[in-house]
Design a protein around this ligand. Sequence first.
Ligand code: UD1
Length: 420
Amino acid sequence: MDKIRIRGGKPLSGEIVIGGAKNAGLPLMAAGLLTDERLVLSNVPHLADIRTMQELVAQHGVAVEPVGTDGRTVAIGGEITNSVAPYDIVRKMRASVFVLGPLVARAGEAKVSLPGGCAIGNRPIDLHIKGLEAMGAEIVLEGGYVQARAPKGLHGARIAFPFVSVGATENLLMAAALAEGRTELVNAAREPEICDLAHCLVAMGAQIEGIGTAHLVVEGVKRLHGAEHAIIPDRIECGTYACAAAITGGDLFLRGGRLDHLGALVKALREAGVDIDETPQGLHVRRRAGLHGADVMTEPYPGFATDMQAQYMALMCVCDGAALITETIFENRFMHVPELNRMGARINVHGSSAIVRGVPQLSGAPVMATDLRASFSLVLAGLAAQGETTVNRVYHLDRGYEAVEQKLAACGADIERIPG
Ligand code: UD1
């Protein structure tokens, strides 16, 4: 297993290009199952999760082919010859469940392995299942699989989510695009990735109103056609590198970054003393003076993203004063805390809140990555720490961050991957 070694204490300076959004690319690839024509996606990031989704879509019989020479454009399309999403692929990545809605909507059936829990919590998919049932699918859970059938096709329904779910909104939005009649998704998630998916579906011929709001109305169509779509820049990668500039007292230009996608993170970073300016090409992030503690609570977009909680916590470890960080989306998302404390941080967890008391300096240590975003919080701590940090189990990092060592080293970080 590869490791990453960092010798901390170097302020970062330079430019980092923000890649396409992982969490937009994953449902967009599943959307390729909704048509037999070619869906051409550009700005596809080079990430392990994206490769897993390509593998999954391809094993349904649909062609997934590179287009052009940029290495970041793929075409998806063709007949569905197999509607089974096997355990071997789904266990690698929960987002595999995105194929459920498109398969039932287009092929009338799907058999998708239940994803099970993951490091950050239990993560059921009951909302996906209830929504598809409301649209007429017959669903049984058997042998660890969700088996869904809608031989006569899906029909529209009014689905009011009891709480906001990104994945359920995306799955049902895709299914609704090909259902007969009108579907309303009430209390829908409105993350930028959902808007991106909705815009792509519209380009494929779907009829969707209310994009960007919590109330989506979809008028189903008989078939969708091919389209070309560029994936939005990854707001979590952008926010993560903004924290890297801040924690090292550096100055970074994040090419492709968008202020409007960062939601509540911008307010928190500014309150903490970080300068963020937007230009048409990206974001300029720098910290000239000390960092102050600023409290945050994770919430659905446009609230503070749970996917930024661990990285922001690393930043708060070296603030003046303290910060209260409350996690409301996942029940077990503080696994980075003991690792950060091993590096000299002073964090106490009380239920779903963590109080971070700033320390003047972190110190390097061997640490263990536990999940994707937690991994980067350890990299951030390592960049700021005195001495050497080794982050073990970096395969978590590779699921969602492209070329981390190259991007950081190009801005002055002393960082290297040690293959293992
Ligand atoms: C997506 C993101 C993930 C992010 C999360 C919250 C992708 C591929 N992943 O995950 O990076 O952290 O949004 O912003 O886009 N829940 C249920 N039943 C369901 C569905 C969800 O109880 O059927 C719960 C979850 O356990 C969680 C909460 O709802 O507590 C929100 O989860 P959800 O928004 O669905 O997250 P994901 O779509 O899995």
